[in-house]
Ligand binder design. Structure first.
Ligand code: HEM
Length: 469
């Protein structure tokens, strides 16, 4: 245990260099298997997929994600399947994602306006904060029909929670210790955060119920055309879950706690990972002025002042920008370790992997392994011109969205925002670091937690592009 630093994915990558791609660590009471080669990852996540489709326990997740009643951390099985299907159909399908295009454009346009205000007075912009706040508004509007009035408190709970949810808290290592689990400061902090989260989510559900009752009564002209609380008069994900709860049509009846778990899941998964990906991509571009110039030239060649504002999703002309995004996801996967647990005993590569052990697929380590990548620590988007590796779960040394049954269902939702935001930031502004800082002095270290955001916020001074209105 003493060999693990707060950035566990870095420590286990160091240990892998010494002990090989399949390690068994005894962390307190918890048996942990670490997998760091693409062949083993393929074998476990593809050939033996359902066997490794559980998630491990973590005190932070248990408390903040409602006893694993969400999707991301719930045990593999019918309840998980049911809830995952609802979210994919209502929020994450390509059709739903397309329907949110106006929300994305609206929020990005607010972002660009606020950066313009800073540019006018020559002030540096906190790009990390701006992106995070914008992305949380996109998620709130798409999932809950409007920006929550408690968005800032939700963000605070999310950020603190993520740091405590990596599965490397002392209470995670001694799950059977009543003393540690009842009185640990971690547990007390988590319960306080959960209390605040409950108040916010209870209020969100109550507001939805009140408004649905009003819509149902058809009392006002506007209400009669509406089906739910979604921005376009449709049902949002909270409405859908409330309706399914009422009709009781499901195999697993939905309780209020389940709705809160899924709502918080969508907010957290939708906001944190996508903004982390954008932040790293911007940070790498700032550190690599050649790549920045190339990406900017492309965006400015493809768009002009009118077309940039109506830019669609996944524009095939943004070839270099797509390489930049892929390279940023390779070097800085927002989820650095795929957290899994084994459901049965299996023999992998001649070793017995027991049932019910924690399995960590060391994504970060594989994506920087010199056996698979030339110059793995340098940011070279051009590498993907030659190499056909994709992040769709078939190339097992490049798994930023995971693979197999538990693979991320939010890729389309995420990529629509990541490409749009980066294109707009690059089109409208030239960027330089404040106080004459040099690109190579930028610190590229991560925050600890279940996701790996950049530890330092990215500050930069924007200069509006001459053709940008
Ligand atoms: C760049 C952005 C994103 C990245 C890098 C990312 C990455 C990941 C990864 C690595 C996993 C675990 C996969 C595995 O264990 O194999 C995951 C799971 C998940 N992601 Fe994402 N994600 C992103 C955006 C999103 C968005 C926008 C949403 C929804 C709004 C979302 C929803 C989920 C959910 C619900 C799960 C759990 C799936 C399950 O356990 O069945 N993600 N994501």
């Amino acid at each position: 245990m003493h060999l693990l630093s707060a950035l566990a994915f870095r420590s286990i990558s160091d240990l892998t260099k010494q002990y090989g791609p399949l390690m068994r660590l005894k962390l307190g009471e918890v048996d942990t298997i670490v997998v760091s080669s693409r062949d083993l990852a393929r074998e476990m996540l593809k050939q033996h997929d359902p066997c490794y489709a559980d998630r491990p326990d973590s005190i932070g997740i248990k408390v903040l994600w409602y006893n694993y009643r969400d999707i991301a951390f719930s045990p593999y099985g019918d309840y998980w399947r049911q809830m995952r299907k609802i979210c994919i159909m209502e929020l994450l399908s390509p059709r739903s994602v397309r329907s949110f295009a106006s929300i994305r454009r609206d929020e990005v346009s607010n972002l660009i306006s606020s950066i313009r205000t800073s540019a006018a007075i020559g002030e540096p912009v906190n790009i990390s904060e701006s992106i995070f706040s914008m992305m949380s508004s996109v998620t709130c509007r798409a999932a809950f029909g409007k920006v929550s009035k408690d968005k800032d408190t939700l963000i605070k709970i999310l950020r603190d929670g993520i740091q405590m949810a990596g599965g490397f808290e002392i209470a995670d290592f001694f799950p059977s210790s009543l003393l540690i689990n009842t009185f640990s400061w971690t547990k007390i902090r988590l319960l306080m955060m959960r209390h605040k989260l409950d108040l916010i989510l209870d209020d969100l559900i109550r507001q939805h119920q009140l408004s649905l009752a009003k819509i149902g009564s058809g009392s006002e002209e506007g209400d009669r055309a509406r089906k739910g609380n979604g921005e376009f008069g449709n049902e949002d994900i909270v409405d859908v879950l409330l309706r399914l709860q009422e009709t009781g049509e499901l195999q697993f009846p939905i309780r209020k706690e389940d709705i809160k778990a899924v709502v918080y899941d969508m907010f957290s998964a939708g906001t944190e990972t996508s903004s982390t990906a954008m932040d790293w991509a911007m940070a790498e571009l700032m550190r690599n002025p050649g790549a920045m110039a190339k990406a900017q030239a492309e965006v400015r060649r493809v768009f002009n002042d009118t077309t940039i504002m109506v830019m669609g999703d996944n524009d095939p002309n943004l070839k270099y920008l797509k390489l930049v995004i892929r390279e940023a996801l390779r070097m800085h996967p927002p989820v650095p370790i795929l957290p899994r647990a084994s459901r049965e005993e299996r023999v992998i590569d001649g070793y017995v992997i027991p049932a019910n052990v924690k399995v960590l697929v060391n994504n970060w380590g594989m994506q920087r392994d010199p056996a698979y990548w030339t110059n793995p620590d340098s940011f070279e988007p051009e590498r993907f011109e030659e190499c056909s590796k994709e992040f769709l779960g078939a190339d097992f040394d490049f798994l930023p969205f995971g693979a197999g049954k538990r693979m991320c269902p939010g890729i389309t939702f995420a990529m629509a925002s990541v490409e749009l935001v980066l294109a707009q930031l690059l089109y409208h502004f030239d960027w330089k670091l404040p106080n004459g800082a040099q690109p190579e002095s930028m610190d590229m270290i991560e925050n600890p937690g279940v996701t790996a955001s950049r530890r330092d916020s990215l500050f930069a001074i924007p200069t509006p592009y001459k053709n940008s209105a």
